[in-house]
Design a protein around this ligand. Sequence first.
Ligand code: PEP
Ligand code: MG
Length: 844
Amino acid sequence: MPGVRTVEQSGAAPANPASGQSVVLLAPFDGWAAPLSEVPDPVFAERMMGDGVAIDPLGSVLTAPCDGEIILLHAALHAVTLRAGNGAEILMHIGLDTVALGGRGFTAHVAQGQKVKAGDKLISFDLDQLAQSARSLVTPILVTNGDGFVVEGRKENVRIGRGQELMTVRHVSSAPLAAAGTGREIRRELVVPLAHGIHARPAARLAGLAKNFTAEVAILSGEMRANARSPVALMKLGLTKGARVTILATGPDAEQAAAALADLIESGMGEETAAPAAPTIQAPPAPLRDGALAGVRAAPGVALGVAVRLMPPEICVEEQGQGVAHEARCLSAALAVVKTNLEAAAGKNATLAAILDAHLGILDDPELAAEAEARIGQGKSAGHAWRSAIQNQVAVLKALKDPRLAERAADLIDLERQVLSALGGAEAVAMALPPNAILLAQDILPSQLAGIDASRLAGLAMAEGGPTSHAAILAASMNIPALVACGPALLDIPDGAMIVLDADHGRLIVDPPQLVREDIERAIANRREARRAAQANAQALCHTKDGVRIEICANLGSVEDAVTAVAAGAEGCGLLRTEFLFLDRQSAPSETEQADVYRAIAEALAGRPLIVRTLDIGGDKPAAYLPFPPEENPALGLRGVRVSLWRPDLLATQLRAILRGIPATQCRIMVPMIASLDELRQVRRILDDARAELGIADPVPLGVMIETPAAAITADILAAEADFFSIGTNDLTQYSLAMDRGNARLAAQFDALHPAVLRLIAATAKGADQHGRRTGVCGGLGSDVAAAPILIGLGVRSLSGTASQIAELKSVIANLTLEQCRRLADKALAATSARQVRELNPGD
Ligand code: PEP
Ligand code: MG
């Protein structure tokens, strides 16, 4: 299993205790008992880890609250978990953020696996030291395997003495305990490979899978624990790419459950495992002149249409219910209605189906249901209970550090509205739109988009939202130009106003003058026609109007990509990202395995040139079997060629596999993240050894990826020994602008057409020219149609990127002369911002 360690533990779960068995927990020290909701940490206050009570301690020795077994003593000695006789697992967490003390001030009196009696000393702590160094002394005491237990008779808001009754934990459902009764726990540790982490869709899939097993399955991350059957709990873990998690399964089919969940996570779940190239045609969201608004491009294209504001009315709900049974019935009926609606809408398109599937998973979430039921039990109405349960989770998601996960709050709000509408008896009605409607909204919810007649929708603009929100993904899948983050002024645009939505330039123009209108209409018509014509010529070799040969290739990551690229008109592969062979597994691929895959890709390219990039892991692409030393700043750490030179055995194997798999006529090799000539020389020596071993006499072109400002500035030195250059504009932009390429908050400013990046590209091409070397671009800018003339003017002669852009690139280039491109490039180099560069026109 890739990246997975399995540990079997001999847990001491009780043999099938009868349902209803209660255990009284005694206060583990003197102190002030308070509701968990008052703990100043959402992990505890929101009961993410389980239900219980908190105590502000007055004593300095934590004692056992009941008889049981110590099943977990945290290495930092600030937390201990004890399994009671009825199977309840009781966590006592001394203070908040005390893990950071690394054990200072704590003394353990017990060991993991030890049996204890109520009142036995567990951990002593230095109260004075903690008072000074911990965020808070408050100590949550809670049941972490809460599925089968309820907490009753809790003492709250009272002074309590050590050994006095604190709460009772009653076992209510036999299922989890029957499962736990085997006494086996399976743990699997792994690294999350998904580019966007465990957000709504993966969480819903995991929860759906977990429900197929009788085993109780939890996912642990640091000190947090989530019931794997709860998509909301999984989302709240805030797991981002590279997060280390443990799958903990207990029960007869624990092994299978843990393996199935680990496999699903490690498969990448069909999501991108590499962070997507940052959007390049974007403008920062700042007000523009002349009645125009700025936004961030969420889906490309230009549209002209009429404004339709989507301002759904506020839904009011009664707080008090009309009886627990009645409200519970209403909620379950409303949930059933929404489910049916979602299932019906999912048939419209595959992207929508995946998103709505996640919504179905959230509707089924046991934790959300339990929270709503608990509020109904307190006398609240079904609507109030549902809204509170959702809003609690929304607050937690919005508080997460990862903006991509915070964007998922829109999915919960969407379900809040749908269920409240169903409770009020509202039918899901499709919105009536005029032809060419441009929808304006605060934040368009996926269900609102799903209910729209797409044939009448010309564009979308949102005051808020992010470029990776579900609404943005849906818009792109429907080919509808979309802008997000346009600001509150968007909603001041009156219904019926004529609007130009230019997503490519990140702007929205209200009531455009007649001339602008006609220009845009012409541009839209031309674009349609150009696309059609471009497709017809996609297989021709690419030249400028005056005959300069420009190679248009595709970036590949698999054999399937190669097949698609050739069909789309690729003249070769400008970048084979070989990481796909190395990530998500427990050991490196063998030489033969690699050679077979490289051979299959070369065959799919049918003789076209194939540039293979040597392994580019580290940084944002960790490999589980390469235990990197922890790095404070991985983007500036051991990555790319630095990993290859740290593990030359891996590089030598890969080079031999490339030489064996790819015919000499097709084969070129390039090295990522080069910062100095010495690195290239070391790689060349290893390559020469590999050639000698295989008896290959002909030299194989060895190129350098220009991804660091250092490489660009010293291009003339590198070009003396490199056979070609290929510019990785994603990393070159990241390192020259000092902006994280994966940070959604910076997406609007992360533009490789920044004049600073262009000057580095110019320096690269100039350095290459001095030694007669060819310069290509294989980063995101390589598929950017607006950038192509500038790149050619700067001296780039090969572009490689997304297969879907090949036809349009070829057709744009065929209509430009080299002189036009050079003039444009000069202007771009002299521009003051990426925005100014994007406003340039090759015809000027
Ligand atoms: C780049 O950095 O532009 C590049 C092509 O490499 P990657 O995106 O794989 O880091
Ligand atoms: Mg790169």
